[in-house]
Design a protein around this ligand. Structure first.
Ligand SMILES: N[C@@H](CCC(=O)N[C@@H](CS)C(=O)NCC(=O)O)C(=O)O
Length: 343
């Protein structure tokens, strides 16, 4: 079913996935109507699970449905609108791009959520700024009350993300390393996979809008050690003027050392989590207990991570011949290959 423009979505500037999708729409020059906060248009259906962002897209019969989950929405937009794709044409590179996007969405969000709700300065900023994006103008009393409810709810959710006293060091070390890798990468490349942005750029960007541009503790770290990342985030926000060429993508058989460093980082922290989580769910355990980056890792098992792993495995399975060889070669020795070892 074709999608009429402007398409409608709701979300918030404080939501990394909302920022990810707004940037995709701008880059793709897809006209949109953004409902910020809890603004609703009459006649729009309610989502099954309320997540930010929510898109309102037609089903087979042409009726608008509330749709969530940014990665499949990106792929649907690719099918509906041909120009300026964010998925590389080369299947092996598209696979690497999906892996990076998933790491951004699912691991970097741990960094984002952890820093936002762990340290006093960050909690204070979020509790006093974010409620203003929910709905209507707020008096001091209303803001204080909403900030309290909101921060208590989010701090209570830290355990689902996997941020706790045992995992805090692992999360913070991983953030420091990815800043360093990206800062070095952006010394010679405009985007993660070449001179045009892929879905992985948008995934990483979404989390970085908060980490490097909003929450004081991780923002100070980025400003101090990764100025190119701070600059890249601002560039990513509106790429409507970029004129990408097919030749702007990197060759998956000749990825630069810094892209390989990023894959090694994914293999170091995210791959072991995905495997341990899948195993916990298989045995019916509600806790994941494993070692990540040489330290103990403990968190609630999380069915959504298992879904992500399945999507990546489906992508891998769909690769044939030289494309599969190229994807394998790109991952060899990075730690990511364990995710696909039995396929
Ligand atoms: N997998 C979803 C994740 C979206 C998501 O987790 N959004 C967060 C905000 S950034 C959310 O809505 N959390 C629930 C809430 O805030 O009530 C996607 O890719 O869009």
């Amino acid at each position: 079913m074709s999608i009429d423009q402007p398409l409608t979505l709701s979300g918030s500037p404080g939501s990394p996935y909302t920022r990810k999708m707004l940037a995709v729409l701008r880059y793709r020059r897809i006209a949109y109507r953004f409902l910020a906060g809890s603004r609703r248009l009459t006649g729009l259906p309610a989502p099954k699970v309320r997540l930010l962002p929510t898109f309102y897209l037609p089903d087979e019969a042409g009726d608008l449905q509330a749709v969530t989950d940014s990665s499949p929405i990106i792929r649907r937009l690719e099918r509906s609108f041909g120009a300026r794709p964010v998925i590389p044409a080369n299947p092996a590179l598209a696979f690497i791009d999906a892996l990076i996007e998933d790491y951004g969405d699912e691991w970097l969000t741990k960094c984002m959520f952890h820093y936002r709700w762990h340290y006093a300065a960050d909690i204070r900023k979020s509790a006093t700024v974010l409620p203003n994006w929910m709905d209507k103008p707020l008096s001091d009393d209303e803001l204080a009350a909403m900030g309290k409810v909101f921060s208590e709810r989010q701090i209570g959710r830290l355990r689902f993300v996997g941020s706790n006293d045992i995992t805090a060091d692992t999360i913070e070390h991983s953030y420091g390393r990815v800043l360093d890798i990206l800062d070095r990468h952006f010394a010679s490349h405009a985007f993660l996979l070449g001179a045009r942005p892929g879905s992985g750029d948008f995934g990483v960007y979404g989390q970085m809008t908060q980490l490097a541009h909003f929450d004081p503790t991780p923002m100070a770290l980025a400003t101090e050690s990764a100025p190119r990342v701070v600059a890249w985030v601002a560039t990513m926000e509106d790429l409507s003027g970029l004129e990408p060429e097919g030749s702007d993508w990197l060759d998956p058989a000749a990825l630069p050392a810094t892209t390989r460093d990023l894959l090694c980082e994914i293999g170091r922290v995210y791959a072991p989590l995905l495997l341990a989580n899948a195993q916990a769910l298989q045995t019916g355990a509600d806790r994941v207990e494993t070692e990540i980056d040489g330290r103990q890792w403990v968190q609630h098992s999380f069915p959504y991570h298992a879904k992500c792993l399945n999507w990546l495995r489906e992508d891998y399975r769909a690769l044939t011949g030289t494309d599969r060889d190229a994807a394998r070669a790109a991952m060899a020795g990075t730690g990511c290959e364990v995710l696909f070892a039995d396929l």
